[in-house]
Design a protein around this ligand. Structure first.
Ligand SMILES: NC(=O)c1ccc[n+]([C@@H]2O[C@H](COP(=O)([O-])OP(=O)(O)OC[C@H]3O[C@@H](n4cnc5c(N)ncnc54)[C@H](O)[C@@H]3O)[C@@H](O)[C@H]2O)c1
Length: 252
């Protein structure tokens, strides 16, 4: 899949999976805009080392002014936006606990970033995609949405909302030839996963693996194929769908 001449925006791209998506789009010739509340300088270096053009912009996805500025900067620098990867989320920093012990402010923050943040970013890129006469939005959900992650009701509910949001938006935006799909990964060995599971990581990874039909641990590169496919014209009549990349744990 080639993305030469395409402009791709990846949110939450300072590290982890977002950084990997940025690398892979850059490798395939896209101009890549990377945004995060964290500094994206490292990811910008990754893009440039692939010989692609990049732009790093500090963005808080929950703030409409900030997301509008992200879209404005992308369009000004590269002339428009073709693809948006809504990857930013509260995951690594979350505290997981039985549902009746979850912190209320953390519940609100999770919904704010993981759900409202996607809505804000979609609104921000819409004018540019409409101008282009087409576009592809890929929302990052999680296996948690369909499996039901124990002790993570806030995260589970937010990622299930991402699937509903994807379907509703696909229905609304089809007439503009803007497609909206989701990718739902199983546990991937990232920095954030190490933060989430702490010293229980090995045990949880073992349990996760035991439920996969294909018992191979997921690495960041394993998620890339689905994201690239849904971003490319190869999926031009696919919209409103969620692709599980989970080694065959849950079948939609
Ligand atoms: N790693 C996994 O096992 C796994 C599994 C399923 C789904 N996911 C999803 O994949 C995505 C990336 O996961 P990761 O492991 O790289 O996690 P991560 O925590 O490293 O990445 C999330 C990024 O989002 C950024 N972010 C948080 N709040 C933000 C805000 N308000 N505005 C902008 N950026 C913000 C963070 O700074 C971080 O860089 C997330 O959506 C996560 O829920 C991850």
């Amino acid at each position: 899949m080639k993305f030469a001449g395409k402009v791709v925006v990846v949110t939450g791209a300072a590290r982890g999976l977002g950084q990997e998506y940025a690398r892979q789009f850059a490798r395939r010739g896209a101009s890549v805009v990377v945004s995060d509340v964290r500094d994206c300088a490292e990811t910008l270096g990754v893009i440039e080392s692939e010989g692609a053009r990049g732009l790093a912009i500090k963005t808080d996805v929950t703030d409409s002014q900030s997301t509008m500025e992200m879209a404005r900067a992308a369009a000004e620098q590269f002339g428009g936006i073709d693809v948006l990867i809504n990857n930013a989320a509260l995951y690594g920093s979350l505290k997981f606990a039985p549902f009746d012990q979850l912190d209320e402010s953390e519940w609100d923050a999770t919904m704010n970033v993981n759900v409202k943040g996607i809505w804000q970013c979609c609104k921000a890129v819409l004018p540019s995609m409409k101008d282009r006469g087409a576009g592809s939005i890929v929302n990052i959900s999680s296996l948690a949405a369909t499996y039901g992650m124990p002790n993570g009701l806030h995260y589970t509910a937010s990622k299930a909302a991402v699937i509903g949001l994807t379907r509703g938006l696909a229905r609304e935006l089809g007439r503009f030839k803007i497609r909206v799909n989701a990718v739902a990964p199983n546990v991937v060995n990232t920095e954030a996963t190490a933060e989430v599971f702490g010293d229980k990581r090995e045990r949880i990874l073992d349990v996760t693996l035991s439920q996969q039909s294909i018992r191979t641990p997921l690495e960041a590169g394993d998620i890339v194929g689905a994201v690239l496919y849904l971003s490319s014209d190869h999926s031009r009549l696919t919209t409103g769908q969620t692709i599980m990349v989970d080694g065959g744990t849950v079948f939609l």
